[in-house]
Design a binder for this molecule. Structure first.
Ligand code: GRG
Length: 330
C-alpha cells in the first residue's frame, strides 16, 4: 500500500463520511502551499507532508455539513485553519527548541530556527490571503480574534514557565487560549458559513472550545505517559522547559513532601535528570488518571453542546470525535 501522508490515524478516522471532502481540502492545501521560493516550498511541504491528524479542518467540514452548507468555501476555510495550525507549530517548535514532531525531525532541527520562523510567517500570511478570498467579514473577524488570542496564550505560557505555584485556573486559561481557541474558531466557522443563528453558532463554538481543552489536557498528560514513537514527539519535553502542566500540578498537590519537592525542583530548573521518578510520581499519585478525567469532563461538555444541532451523521461523527480525542494515546 502506498503511503498517504494525509490519511488520518485510525483513532481519528471518523469514517468515510467526509473522506471526499478531506481530499478536496488536501487539494486546496497543496495548491495554496505553492511558492516560487524553493526553501518555502521545501519546508512547507516537509511539515504539511508529515501528516498530522487534521482535526481542525474536520471541524469546519463537519459543522458546516451538519448545518446544511455545501459550498466550496468550506474547503478553503478548512485548509485555512490547518495553515494557521501549521504556522503555530513551526513557531512553537522554535520557541520550545523541540527536535521531534509528527514522528519526524522538526523543521527547526533540520532547516534552522530562522527558516522555520520565516516559513511559519509565509504559511500564516497565506492563511490570511485564503480567508479573505471567501469574502465574508465575519470569517475575518473570527480568525483575526482567534490568532490574536493564540499569541496571547503563548505569551501567558512563557510567563508561567518555571512556576510550580501556578494556579490550575491559570493553567486552564493558557490552554483555552493557545489550543482551544483555534478549535473554537474552526467549529464556529462551520456555523458562520451556514448562516446559523446566534444560539447555534455559540453551541458550535462551545463544542470546539471544550474539545480543544480536552485535547490539550490529553496532550499534556501524554508527555508523561506515551511512548515516544507512538507520540511522535519526545516524552519529557514539557518538563525540560519547566512547563507546569496539570499532571504536575496534581502530582504536587497529592504527593508526599519529598515527591512534591522533587517535582517543584524539576519545574523550577527544567530538570529532566529524574524524569523517570517524576513519571512514576505522576502515575502513583493518580495525577495522570485525574488529568484524563478532566479531559473526559470537557468532552462531556462538548457532547452537550451538540444537542443544539439537528440529528445527522455529521453530528454523530462529532460525538465520535469527542470520545476518540480523549481516549487517544498519540
Ligand atoms: C502564528 C498565530 C501565531 C501564533 C504563534 C507559537 C504560537 C504563537 C502558538 C503555538 C500554539 C500551540 C502550538 C499550541 C499547541 C496546540 C497543539 C495541541 C498542537 C498539537 O496539535 P495536533 O495534535 O497536531 O492536532 P497534529 O500533528 O496532529 O496536527
Amino acid at each position: 500500500m502506498t503511503h498517504n501522508p494525509f490519511a488520518l490515524p485510525p483513532a481519528f478516522d471518523v469514517g468515510v463520511l467526509i473522506a471526499d471532502d478531506m481530499r478536496e481540502v488536501d487539494a486546496v492545501i497543496q495548491r495554496r502551499l505553492a511558492s516560487q521560493v524553493a526553501l518555502i516550498d521545501q519546508i512547507a511541504h516537509y511539515i504539511i507532508g508529515a501528516g498530522g491528524k487534521r482535526i481542525r479542518p474536520r471541524l469546519v467540514l463537519l459543522f458546516s455539513s451538519a448545518l446544511g452548507f455545501a459550498g466550496p468555501e468550506r474547503f478553503e476555510l478548512a485548509a485555512t485553519v490547518e495553515f494557521i495550525h501549521t504556522a503555530t507549530l513551526l513557531h512553537d517548535d522554535v520557541v520550545d527548541e523541540s527536535g521531534l514532531r509528527r514522528g519526524r525531525r522538526t523543521a527547526n532541527a533540520l532547516f534552522g530556527n530562522a527558516a522555520s520562523v520565516l516559513v511559519g510567517d509565509f504559511v500564516y500570511s497565506r492563511a490570511f490571503q485564503m480567508m479573505v478570498s471567501v469574502n465574508r467579514m465575519r470569517v475575518l473577524d473570527v480568525l483575526a480574534d482567534a490568532t490574536n488570542v493564540i499569541a496571547e496564550g503563548e505569551v501567558l505560557q512563557l510567563m508561567n514557565m518555571h512556576d510550580p505555584d501556578l494556579a490550575v485556573e491559570d493553567y486552564l486559561r493558557v490552554i483555552r487560549f493557545k489550543t482551544a481557541k483555534l478549535f473554537e474558531a474552526s467549529a464556529r466557522l462551520g456555523a458562520v458559513l451556514a448562516d446559523a443563528d446566534f444560539e447555534t453558532e455559540e453551541a458550535c463554538a462551545s463544542y470546539g472550545r471544550s474539545l480543544g481543552t480536552a485535547f490539550q489536557l490529553v496532550d499534556d498528560l501524554l508527555d508523561y505517559d506515551g511512548a515516544t514513537e507512538q507520540l511522535g514527539k519526545n516524552v519529557g519535553d514539557d518538563l525540560r522547559e519547566g512547563k507546569p502542566t496539570l499532571p504536575l500540578l496534581i502530582a504536587m498537590e497529592r504527593g508526599t513532601p519529598t515527591e512534591r519537592e522533587l517535582v517543584r525542583h524539576a519545574i523550577k530548573h527544567g530538570e529532566v535528570a529524574r524524569l523517570a521518578e517524576i513519571v512514576a510520581i505522576v502515575g502513583s499519585t493518580g495525577a495522570l488518571h485525574a488529568t484524563r478525567e478532566a479531559a473526559r469532563d470537557e468532552a462531556d461538555k462538548a457532547r452537550g453542546a451538540l444537542e443544539a444541532l439537528p440529528a445527522t451523521p455529521f453530528r454523530d461523527a462529532l460525538l465520535d470525535l469527542s470520545v476518540r480525542s480523549v481516549e487517544r494515546s498519540s
